[in-house]
Design a protein around this ligand. Structure first.
Ligand code: GLY
Length: 409
């Protein structure tokens, strides 16, 4: 089904309240040889408040793929490791990643599957498990996920289930994976009934994010990552929204410093929320802003026609509309959100859709609690709430707005 791509507009640049992020050096890297060859890096720690989860670092810098092997070895020493990637990412980055892992002494077992959300299935997981079991990976052998959100989710699920759980390291190659999917331990695959319905929580030992890898990322994928960045800004941090608005051009130029700052700001928000609520019993649900609508749109419109980030953008607009109807969000703030998404080239309207199909798909979502639909609604720029009692009429109104709502000028 077609959807209207609203062209980028001249979003008025808001005052940039952003203060540069202090570059930090990792104590754990300073203890060994790796630090000597490291470029400047932003490091964010995710420190879960709940035992037995272990803290881990998210390192963000340009050029750190070259040090992948020594960095993985720090977190998961073993004779062998597995690496999971998809057919597109593998063409660009697999050889360098494998060379670095081998230089650190690993026997490397590769599992590459055809790119695309349609392959994020139990069947692909099964093939990956066959591959790693046949190659006799051991319980200490880490699985390295080299790719975007699909690769990270799938590789993480393999790591969670292989030999009842092996170490796992995320190496995100898309903005979406860097700012969201690689952090927080949600791993899994899709089912015909809905997205991400089969999975586990399996935290990585480390997240190693090389912003240079985003150079080969198509603009459409960069936009999808920005949809998740806007989500983080809406729920927690207006300064992040201002930063995105003020630095859009540099983000699309893939300026390494701006991308490092952007990713670090997002990861800080995500790490703080996941630290507080790793298993999504409460506040972590805020990270699902736009996702209840978005997942259903993806299922109905088809993964090949609507990317996850695009669906999140549409879902965020629908959620903002519901919040305005409830008088929880000012029309001005809803307008700001929509204009920002438009300025990034993200879709905010659909040409048409079968609303009944979308409602049916929403009923199959994980976010149905006791038969009631859970929605995350923005209440301002930097604030959102969890609503457990969204009515069918409200949800319908949010979806209708995507088709018939006046386009913000
Ligand atoms: N992507 C939402 C979460 O990790 O909770």
């Amino acid at each position: 089904m077609a959807y209207k791509q609203v062209a980028g507009t001249n979003f008025p640049l808001a005052t940039n309240l952003y203060a540069p992020i202090a570059q930090s050096r990792l104590p754990h890297l300073a203890q060994n040889d790796v630090s000597a060859t490291m470029p400047a890096m932003s490091t964010i720690w995710l420190k879960p408040e709940h035992r037995p989860l272990e803290p881990y670092a998210i390192d963000v810098a340009a050029g750190i793929l070259a040090n992948l092997g020594p960095m993985v070895r720090q977190h998961a020493p073993a004779p062998s490791c597995g690496i999971v990637s998809d057919s597109i990412v593998a063409k660009h980055h697999l050889a360098a990643a494998v060379a670095s892992l081998q230089s650190a002494g690993y026997r490397v077992v590769e599992f590459v599957f055809p790119a695309g959300e349609a392959n994020k299935t139990l069947a692909t997981v099964s093939r990956g498990l066959d591959c790693f079991l046949a190659a006799r990976l051991e319980r200490k052998s880490p699985i390295v996920a080299l790719g975007g959100g699909v690769v990270g989710d799938l590789a993480g699920f393999i790591a969670a289930t292989l030999l009842r759980g092996v170490p796992f390291v995320q190496v995100p190659t898309s903005l979406l994976a860097a700012v969201d999917a690689s952090v927080g331990g949600k791993v899994g695959v899709d089912h015909a009934v809905g997205k991400n319905l089969i999975g586990a929580f399996h935290q990585p030992r480390a997240v190693i994010c090389d912003v240079e890898l985003l150079r080969s990322l198509p603009d459409v994928e960069l936009r999808c990552g920005l949809a998740e960045c806007v989500k983080h800004g809406i729920i927690r941090d207006v300064v992040l929204l201002e930063f995105i608005a003020a630095n859009t051009q540099d983000i699309f130029r893939r300026d390494a410093k701006i991308l490092t700052d952007l990713i670090a700001q997002n990861v800080r928000i995500k790490a703080a929320i996941v630290s507080e609520d790793p298993f999504e019993h409460g506040v972590r649900a805020l990270l699902n802003l736009g996702h209840t609508f978005g997942h259903a749109l993806e299922v109905v419109i088809g993964y090949e026609n609507l990317k996850h980030g695009e669906a999140v953008a549409l879902g965020t607009v629908a959620a903002a509309h519901v919040a305005v109807q409830r008088k929880m969000l000012s029309p001005q703030d809803a307008h700001y959100i929509e204009r920002l998404l438009q300025s990034l080239g993200l879709p905010t309207r659909l040409a048409a859709m079968d609303i009944n199909d979308v409602l049916a798909a929403m009923a199959g979502d994980k976010k149905v609690v006791d038969g009631r639909l859970r929605l995350i609604l923005p209440t301002g720029l930097g604030a959102a709430v969890i609503i457990d009692s969204a009515s069918a009429a409200e949800v319908r109104s949010g979806l209708e707005y995507l088709i018939t709502g006046p386009i913000c000028g």
